[in-house]
Design a protein around this ligand. Structure first.
Ligand SMILES: [Zn+2]
Length: 332
């Protein structure tokens, strides 16, 4: 975390206004980069054009700027780089670790049910592998018939090439090695006709192209890292990771993106300034007592008063409230 070559990024989707919950993510990346004299990049995950809107893009940039979270260099919009994802798929194709899947969503559901699985037991139960065994003649036949297909990662083949894969998780008490276990994901979709690059493909390709060295993102995305590490081990460089806790409400529930009162726009309109938003995003939730008293006591700690006066140059959050995180999750 002290290298001057640290590169981090914040990568929202312009499907709505910047939300209070986003601010912690942006802050994590921003602080890690600024603290190391590195670069903080901004990327817009706008591949799904049916859900993204230009007005949200403009609003996200404006709100980040208003908060004082400046970024370096041009903004990368995924929708302008579809060739990069196509090239990545070609590389994976040449390695024979992807295959076309002609199943409809309903067919996949039925297949899982027949195999005795419970489709609702897990979000995203792994694909049962129906199309993995098709030979080239069968594939060509289906493609000629004009059946839509998705491209899936052949996880078993990929693992045969990569072997065991780890990543470095930057925690409060230093780096920890984590072993990637992608099996629960199975053969994930990397591309579809209507979505030329899935999240897994796009985010790993983008991090490589943007030379991101430290991926900072919410702990809700930590499970995806198991898959991302396999893709990186196949054909991309490996960043370090820091999965941060999420901003939660007083009951410990994750904030709803649909809560309009918690968009940065609304907070701004109701007279809340950048220093208070930055402070709240730093200290609220994540298993800590989110009460105002807690926030105040944190602010009384030496140095943290600066957060209120200089939203542009906050330091790392005080360590005390984060002890719980040190005590969980690391296998070593
Ligand atoms: Zn299939």
């Amino acid at each position: 975390m002290t290298s001057d070559s640290t590169v981090t990024r914040f990568a929202p989707s312009p499907t709505g206004y910047l939300h209070f919950g986003h601010v912690r993510s942006a802050l994590e990346g921003w602080r890690a980069a600024r603290g190391a004299g590195g670069r903080f990049l901004l990327r817009l995950e706008d591949i799904d054009q049916t859900r993204c809107r230009d007005e949200y893009t403009a609003a996200i940039l404006e709100d980040l700027d208003w908060l004082g979270l400046s970024w370096d260099g041009p903004v990368r919009k995924q929708s302008e780089h579809l060739d990069d994802y196509r090239r990545a798929l070609e590389r994976l194709q040449a390695m024979e670790v992807i295959y076309p899947c002609f199943c409809t969503r309903r067919e996949i559901r039925d297949e899982i049910a027949r195999a005795g699985g419970a489709p609702h037991a897990l979000p995203g139960l792994p694909y049962p592998g129906t199309c993995r065994g098709l030979d080239s003649r069968q594939r060509a036949q289906k493609q000629r018939a004009g059946i839509d297909f998705a491209l899936r990662l052949d996880l078993a083949r990929a693992l045969a090439l990569t072997g065991a894969v780890e990543w470095v998780e930057e925690e409060e008490d230093g780096p920890h090695r984590k072993l990637a276990d992608p099996a629960p994901f199975g053969d994930v979709v990397l591309a579809r006709k209507d979505v030329p690059a899935s999240y897994h493909l796009a985010v790993t390709v983008d991090d490589a192209i943007q030379r991101v060295t430290l991926v900072t993102r919410g702990e809700d995305l930590a499970t995806a890292t198991h898959v991302h590490r396999i893709l990186q081990a196949l054909h991309l460089p490996t960043p370090r990771y820091r999965h941060h806790d999420l901003v939660t409400d007083a009951a410990g529930r994750r904030l709803s993106k649909r809560d309009r009162a918690l968009t940065i726009r609304s907070m701004r309109e109701s007279g809340i300034g950048p220093p208070e938003i930055i402070t709240r995003a730093t200290f609220t939730g994540g298993g800590d007592d989110p009460s105002a008293a807690r926030i105040r006591s944190n602010l009384n700690r030496a140095g943290d008063e600066d957060l209120l006066r200089h939203p542009g140059i906050p330091g790392r959050p005080a360590a005390e409230g984060r002890v719980a995180r040190q005590n969980r999750g690391s296998p070593d």
